[in-house]
Design a protein around this ligand. Structure first.
Ligand code: FES
Ligand code: FES
Length: 158
């Protein structure tokens, strides 16, 4: 067994400290150590985007990082975005515009899009498609997701 390391990390505003093996992926840390299963794991090699979280405010693929790299950093997962009673505008728009079908890819899309809409609250369809080009969805054909982001942008602006 390899040496263990202590990881102190803030996730969705809560501080956690866990002792883990250095090989533990950040995605597995979030899901198995913290029980935050909203971060999904698809390909586990950086291709699908399902595991995307905000790492110090920047979208990052948690399957490509080790948990120990998060020591001293701040992470936002989909659980920290909104609540069923108080959805984030993106979540509301995905619901209203049918941007999610099975929902497996949805957390990754949402976490990719949060900073995108903050930086560009009035995106063109082309810009939206470019922004989500690193996230794979096997259900929607993407058009409903693009519609949802357009709707979310309207919500954010008003
Ligand atoms: S699970 Fe991380 S990119 Fe697919
Ligand atoms: S909604 Fe099923 S993979 Fe995107």
């Amino acid at each position: 067994m390899s040496d263990l390391f202590t990881v102190a990390v803030t996730v969705n505003g809560t501080q956690y400290e866990r002792t883990v093996e250095p090989r533990l992926l950040l995605s597995d840390f979030l899901r198995h150590e913290l029980g935050l299963t909203g971060t999904h794991v698809g390909c586990e090699h950086g291709v699908c985007g399902a595991c995307t979280v905000l790492f110090d405010g920047v979208p990052a693929r948690s399957c490509l990082m080790f948990a120990v790299q998060a020591n001293g950093h701040e992470i936002l997962t989909v659980e920290g975005l909104g609540t069923p009673e108080n959805l984030h505008p993106l979540q509301e728009a995905f619901w209203e515009a049918h941007g999610a079908q099975c929902g497996f890819c949805t957390p990754g899309f949402l976490m990719t899009l949060v900073p995108f809409l903050e930086e560009n609250p009035n995106p063109t369809e082309e810009e939206i498609r470019e922004a989500i080009s690193g996230n794979l969805c096997r259900c929607t054909g993407y058009q409903h997701i693009v519609d949802a982001v357009t709707l979310a942008a309207e919500k954010v602006r008003t």
